[in-house]
Design a protein around this ligand. Sequence first.
Ligand code: ADP
Ligand code: MG
Length: 701
Amino acid sequence: MSFDIFETPIEFLKGVGPQRAELLKNEAGIFVFKDLLHFYPFRYIDRSKFYKTSEVDENSQYIQLRGTISNIQLHGLKRTTRMTARFSDSSGSIELVWFKGFRWLKNSFKPGVEYIVFGKPNRFGNKINIAHPEVEVVNPESISQLSSMQPVYSSTEKLKSKGLDSKGINKLLQKLLEKIGSSIQETLKEGIISELKLMNRKEALINVHFPENEVKLNKAIARLKFEELFFLQLSLLKSKNERQKKLKGFMFKNLGSNFHGFYNNCLPFELTNAQKRVLKEIRSDTLSGKQMNRLLQGDVGSGKTIVALMTILMALDNGYQACIMAPTEILAQQHYINIQKLLKKLEINISLLTGSTKQSERKPIFDSLISGQLQILIGTHALIEEQVNFKKLGLVVIDEQHRFGVAQRAKLWEKTQQPPHVLVMTATPIPRTLAMTLYGDLDVSVINELPPGRKSIKTIHRTDSSRLRVFSFMKEQINKGRQIYVVYPLIKESEKLDLKFLEDGYESIAREFPLPNYVVSIVHGQMKAADKDYEMQRFARGESHIMVATTVIEVGIDVSNASVMIIENAERFGLSQLHQLRGRVGRGADQSYCILITGNKLSNDARTRINAMVSTNDGFEIAETDLQLRGPGDIQGTQQSGIVDLKMADLAKDGKILKYARNMARQILQKDPDLSLPENRTLLHTHNKLFKEKSKWSRIS
Ligand code: ADP
Ligand code: MG
């Protein structure tokens, strides 16, 4: 292997040395030259603009002021703990404050001299101040040098203590670029650069750290974002191609007595257009000879189950077995009961296998699976246990995708010589940009239409103080024959506290809704499975009016007479969870309600979440807001996807660039699937370098 200057350990950079190197590694993840080169500023500050003190408030970002310093005071009894000074310009004054370096600072400011002060304003009591500002004397030369785009790097206290604040890091980059600038090579091919009018790589890397002007900076950022997204998409699409080439898929050629019998005699309603469209997509997958890996996205209540069931019937008609894997026992049971009901008129063998299936019932299930008699197996992750062996598994349906780890799914896949088709269903809508990246190597189907006749759920925000109104509304609804959920948050760190919340809530509700007129159920994670089940069933049969629960009911439970969802401490739930919970109601023909109860004071983020819930029922809109609020790194599933490695691109904001990147990657792979043409050598080289460690990505992801 040839020597790669970009892999040089960071201590060999002039000005670094062993101590700083250690800190750069531990604090910033910078090990080699390349890491520093890609340690991008997170912001740029306009140093050519001066603000007036009268314009400053606590929301101001880093700003720059021009004026004089006076009234320097030391505070603290025995020891000085704080030093303040007055900073004045023609519009007024603000306070500057320091917590160390007093002696030196005290003597360095001269009255009447004009200074430039730079920092981030804060509110302190009812005063605005700037702590530890950068201060320099005004001189015409320094002003003319102030750039309108000064890069800001994230630093830490430890780094700062060794001189590596934002400025210090920028200095290192200057040294680095002097040393390796001439070695920076292009990674994209000429065709792409000219077609998209991209800045070349070297110029982009220089300008992102040392912007010549704003136009060039923007082009530099765009180029680096494109590059990141392009190679990620190239890798995803390439591995999808390879998988499809390698893995043959079962052919579901026939639609026979199961599929048609069900369609003609058992289907209790007309399919929505979206359901029909998805079934067509699945049909064409299962006739293609390739293994299907399809993600089915659809809001809660959009009718994914029936699509899965009809896909299962396609498998059965072709002599294959199928299974459904659900994340919880309750959900698995519900699928089992539902599907049994739907298939009542057909002669189909179905079994349920979960953690609580009795030993004596297991043996017959295992036997009939291996003999092929058992056609549909529904269950929890009990399905991936070793003893579970199919004769001819043709299709795996996975419900609520994000709860299963990649490894778990791969285990199921290993059960057969030829991989079954895989249909992954999720009720957590994922914004398009994220789906393209998270599931870049899956095909995605979307059910974007609810079954007809549904009244959209009314969502209302109430504060603690209007609880009595909420109680009387609940009584009104119960008198109309409806049922109600009351949900409490669950925070893993303190299960005891959670339980207390729930039990207190239960008590106050039980007091307000006494027997014999009202029956109140309670379900939480620390109950025995049998007790939980009993309570759930009671509620499902309509024998209790109110179900007080933790989020155990979040997934999947289906009681169409329940039309009110009350969420306590709603500010403590994430958006997607709130939306999931809301989806538990609105399943029948009656008007449904979701009432979000919060404290009086809300953080900005909490307010945005509550407002989003009140203003829309659309899961994709909710997911988009969630992405904007939390950023892609926090959204489930992103950890294993490579998204977290993005240093420049932001999936919440860069949807447009992502689309270009994906299209370009697709075009290139269409012509040259292995990137073996000479013109694509650079691309292949870069791709392999970037992704050689990641090639172990699961085939079912
Ligand atoms: P989800 O997508 O949340 O899994 P389900 O499959 O549980 O949704 O469907 C929700 C409810 O809507 C079920 O009671 C189901 O029977 C009903 N349903 C599904 N499709 C239709 C349809 N096309 N017309 C009317 N009702 C439907
Ligand atoms: Mg479902």
